[in-house]
Design a protein around this ligand. Sequence first.
Ligand SMILES: Cc1cc2nc3c(=O)[nH]c(=O)nc-3n(C[C@H](O)[C@H](O)[C@H](O)COP(=O)(O)O)c2cc1C
Length: 327
Amino acid sequence: MIRFIEDRQEKMKISREVLEALTQWFEVEESREQYIRESADQPFWAAFENDVPAGFLCLKQTGDATVELAVMGVKKEFHRNGYGRRLFAAAKDYAVQKGNSFMQVKTVRSGMYEDYDITNEFYRSVGFRELEVLADYWDEANPCQIYVMNLKSAIGTIETRHSYRGRFSEKAVPREDLEAIARCGIDAPSGCNKQTTDLIVVDDKETLDKIKGLIDPPVAQTAPAMIVVLSRRINAYRDRCFATQDYSAAIENMLLAIVELGYQSCWYEGHITDDDRICDKIAAVLGVPDDYDVVCILPVGKAEDDFHAPSKKPFAERVRFNHFEGR
Ligand SMILES: Cc1cc2nc3c(=O)[nH]c(=O)nc-3n(C[C@H](O)[C@H](O)[C@H](O)COP(=O)(O)O)c2cc1C
């Protein structure tokens, strides 16, 4: 189990317990104590097995859109259990959610010590790329390898997108961000380029409140902005209508743009297009003409609550190569 820890004393207790069990990596007492002290004021995740801390990870903000994986450690007896990966995934989600573009991490370069070779392998396996080696950053025996990760690559954003149904911060979403998100929506592919999807971006509080008041049971009640997705059932050719595919592509593009810009959202379609037809009531509030359907709403805002990736079936259960039975 991975937990975000906020209490300073608990952070220092966990970091001490883990780092003192990992003296092959954290040999110098002075720097170990510094890591422990600094951990108290950093975003901090701990992995637990039966309430026993197995490992932890801290982030440090190093620039307005850059963050450093300041320190991480997993006790040796818990290695190869996926704790490192899960700690990293939680920290990466958080860094993206806070609008960061890059993450760096420093370690001793590969080829010096076996234990650090494992560390290097781990960082590369989660997606870090070599940036530079600084020979005298620490000392001659410990050349410093800097790794960097682009948090805004398409694949990285896809990996960190999850449906968010928690509370949003009240902070308004700037128009330029809403425009960028909407542009990604209308840039999506559409069958025969019929462009059957239109959008209404709602950031006016009075209109937002009217829409929120229609949503029962309530969802997205704290969102400072919302994108209402409209679809027109225009045939692409003969009797083939791809309007559903068109708006699905537009929605996914927007969900990814939302995450990349540091916001969160959820694809609310089932909820508003059910028998009670909340979608038609929203259409009436927004003056949507009859030949358009409101098909989905996407809240947009900064997340105030934690959220977790839902479990997905294993890769091999859903992806095959060359033949359904696998060859
Ligand atoms: C067509 C469609 C309709 C959806 N409608 C709703 C909805 O009405 N309410 C909701 O909470 N989530 C809705 N979702 C979000 C899914 O529940 C969510 O994508 C799924 O549980 C997987 O989680 P993930 O998005 O975090 O990967 C919808 C998703 C799709 C693709």
